[in-house]
Design a protein around this ligand. Structure first.
Ligand code: ADP
Ligand code: MG
Length: 239
């Protein structure tokens, strides 16, 4: 009995959605984008989400990341209920999450190292440390030690994406949310990028939720979930 209780407690999900609905617009233009989402993701898991364009994947990811407010149902991230959460609470949550987007969102007027450093500067616990060293170390890990002083504009697509991964993971977030991170990359760079995410995440015991259309990277997932028309469904048999 005690053992069972312990096991149950240890396996609390780090992300938990219950009957989550989401709507865009008001009045006549109100349109439901997410329907009755139920999903649990556990610490250290790598979950891939696939599904057609417009099915609601980005909407769900932005809700989980505290980038928009949850409206209906329940969404718990790191034991915090996000429905009706204040702006302050959402801001606090965002500090525990790393984001990687397709368009990598690097600041082009900063160098690779400065982009990574900026992410550290948002965290009080790093401010007393040697930020340049921490930034250099992670750039070395992603194979960009020679490119640390390059402006983002002067890096290739694959290199930019590696900087984006370094930036998202440098502060050791509990959760990484990645929205089509390989979409702009060729096959090899895409594969390299996700393998890098996988390696860094396993080292840091971080949870990854990754949205992709890229069938070639599905094998890095511990589990695959499928979204269609705003609903999580069983994945259709792939050909
Ligand atoms: P996916 O990421 O799977 O392509 P999205 O989550 O971006 O899908 O979109 C899901 C649905 O919600 C689509 O019908 C889209 O048009 C709609 N939608 C997404 N963002 C907005 C928004 N900011 N305002 C209104 N409708 C939106
Ligand atoms: Mg999307």
């Amino acid at each position: 009995m005690n053992l069972l209780l312990t096991v149950t407690k240890m396996s609390e999900p780090i992300i938990s959605a219950r009957n989550l609905n989401h709507y865009f617009g008001d009045g006549n233009l109100k349109k439901q984008a997410l329907f009755d989402i139920n999903l649990d993701i556990y610490a250290g898991e790598i979950v891939i989400m696939t599904g057609p364009s417009g099915s609601g994947k980005t909407t769900l990811l932005t809700l989980m990341g505290g980038l928009r407010s949850a409206q209906e149902g329940s969404l718990k991230i790191l034991d915090r209920e996000l429905r009706d959460a204040s702006k302050q609470e959402l801001t606090k949550l965002r500090g525990n999450i790393g984001y990687i987007f397709q368009a990598h969102n690097l600041l082009t007027f900063l160098t690779a190292k400065q982009n990574v450093r900026m992410s550290l500067e948002l965290h009080d616990r790093y401010l007393k440390g040697d930020l340049d060293k921490v930034a250099n170390d992670i750039l070395t890990t992603v194979g960009l030690e020679e490119r640390a002083e390059y402006y983002a504009d002067n890096l290739s697509g694959g290199q930019k994406q590696r900087v984006a991964i370094a930036r998202a993971l440098v502060s050791q977030p509990k959760i990484v949310l990645a929205d089509e991170p390989t979409a702009a990359l060729d096959k090899k760079s895409g594969r390299d990028a996700v393998e890098l995410m996988q390696k860094l995440a396993k080292e840091q015991d971080c949870t990854i939720l990754l949205v992709t259309h890229d069938n070639r990277i599905l094998d890095i997932a511990d589990r695959i979930v499928y979204m269609e028309d705003g609903r999580l469904m069983d994945r259709p048999e792939t050909t």
